[in-house]
Design a protein around this ligand. Structure first.
Ligand code: HEM
Length: 459
């Protein structure tokens, strides 16, 4: 098989570089081999070709449900220990399509817009909890917001002990998962050894058991006390039937809920953390945002906020320069394919490299510079700008995450006066299977009344 060139170092070395320093590793590969190269992360999976030119991405992401290419769930086994075998991410073919159809409406259109006020209330609640003058961890606060949003809005879970336990244990589990030792266990199965509650894998397994129990308890309660007026996602999933009339099993329900909880809150929290950092690090950006927010009255409906052009550009640029998902899920070549000068044989694995595409000098001049105006000056195609991937596995929460980002950022900027706690450099680091900022803190000054936004914008 003739694959595009790539590093010649042993697989284990490539895997370690991918785990410990994915960004410099990819940049070096691009520098050396161009916008397609092959790396090998494990013997089990075999070589994977990384693509970062829009023409190739177009072929991959428009042909991933055809005789040319496919997006089988089995290739995403890396998420299985956390999300389970029945997660939509692990499903293929018709089962995958059906599950997506079931999940998508909760994250789109009217249903999504109905969460607007709740998102703003939760933001005010969480930022309002921060003591004035005392530094707080931005990631923790953003995680709290995005988890509360998904638990309350999408899952319809109300305040109570179960809700609070879920918030605590899930937060702890995801933090643990972001550490290099846990990431290594995701990629290298032989590291998955339970040496008791203090060992990395042992604590993961115990946290996961607790979360499973909380989810199963919720399912049981809903079965015992059905409520015909509920429209949340758990209710929808519980009432769904396949063509043979069968309902989802408890295990399937658990895996889908866990998927939405993890995929839906960790990613958005990271994007929000970056957006807050950038808007407070760059006074010009913050000022321009405040100017734009001032054009709306304090009780503007969430829809008008989400249509603000500069706010949208800031969110787009945040996800461009620091895409939370570094890669798309892998696709597999089904019939011989000519792609970007290479002949790919059936069975070849390919991924879209979101990070490198978003840092192409020809598409984004001075790619390491944060410049929201790019998105006002030019329209990018879905193969030039793809923070949510594309094709048959395009992110289910895309519209929802964008909506949430804009509402949270606008609520924080217009209602609170925050500043970075210090000048420490914030770096892009791996966080589990995704990428995010190294930890940093901010300080809340006096909460402000909406009318003060105008004064700040002009100061
Ligand atoms: C800023 C926030 C987010 C980013 C950057 C992001 C990014 C991505 C990316 C890159 C993919 C892979 C797409 C591909 O392979 O083509 C993906 C898939 C997925 N995302 Fe997101 N995501 C975000 C938020 C969310 C939210 C809020 C949810 C749901 C509540 C969600 C649920 C999913 C699911 C279920 C998949 C798998 C889809 C499938 O396998 O068919 N994501 N996301």
């Amino acid at each position: 098989m003739s694959l595009p060139e790539g590093p010649k170092s042993p697989d284990i070395l490539q895997t370690l570089q991918w785990i410990a320093m994915p960004f410099s590793f990819m940049r070096r590969c691009r520098h050396r081999y161009g916008d397609r190269f092959t790396i090998t992360l494990s013997k089990r999976i075999g070589p994977i070709v990384f693509f970062s030119n829009p023409e190739a991405l177009q072929v991959i992401l428009t042909g991933d449900d055809s005789e040319l290419l496919d997006a089988p769930g089995e290739l995403n086994a890396v998420v299985e220990p956390l999300l389970g075998k029945q997660s939509v991410i692990g499903l293929s073919g018709d089962r995958h399509r059906r599950m997506r159809q079931l999940l998508l409406p909760s994250f789109h259109g009217e249903r999504m817009r109905s969460y607007g006020q709740l998102i703003r209330d939760i933001t005010e609640e969480v930022i309002g909890e921060q003591a004035t003058g005392l530094p707080f961890s931005v990631r923790k606060a953003m995680q709290k917001i995005s988890l509360r949003v998904i638990l309350r809005a999408v899952f319809g879970l109300n305040q109570g002990t179960r809700y609070q336990r879920l918030e605590t244990v899930l937060g702890a589990l995801l933090d643990r998962m972001s550490k290099p030792v846990s990431v290594s266990a995701m990629f290298i199965p032989m590291l998955r050894r339970d040496f008791g509650p203090w060992s990395p894998w042992g604590s993961f397994v115990r946290d996961r058991q607790q979360i499973d129990q909380l989810i199963y308890d919720e399912i049981k309660e809903r079965r015992t006390h059905p409520d015909a007026f509920r429209t949340d996602i758990l209710t929808l999933l519980m009432s769904a039937r396949d063509e043979a009339g069968a309902a989802l099993t408890d295990l399937e329900l658990r895996d889908e809920l866990m998927t939405l909880l993890v995929a839906g809150h960790e990613t958005t929290a990271t994007a929000l953390t970056w957006a807050l950092y950038l808007t407070h690090k760059l006074p010009k950006v913050r000022k321009q945002l405040l100017n734009e927010l001032q054009t709306l009255d304090a009780n503007a409906d969430p829809g008008s906020v989400s249509r603000l052009p500069y706010l949208s550009a800031v969110c787009n640029e945040t996800l461009r320069i620091y895409p939370v998902g570094i890669l798309t899920f892998p696709r597999v070549v089904r019939s011989r394919l000519e792609l970007a000068g290479s002949t790919l044989e059936p069975g070849t694995l390919v991924v879209g490299c979101i990070y490198l595409t978003h840092h192409r000098q020809d598409l984004y001049p001075d790619p390491d510079e944060f410049r929201p105006e790019r998105f006002l000056e030019r329209r990018y195609s879905p193969f030039e700008y793809l923070p949510f991937g594309g094709g048959v596995r395009r992110c289910i929460g895309m519209a929802f995450a964008q909506f949430e980002m804009k509402l949270v950022i606008s609520a924080i900027l217009s209602r609170f006066d925050l500043e970075l706690a210090d000048n420490r450099a914030v770096r892009l680091v791996r966080r589990g299977l995704t990428a995010g900022p190294s930890p940093f803190r901010m300080v809340a000054r006096e909460a402000r009344h909406p009318s003060v936004v105008g004064e700040l914008a002009t100061s």
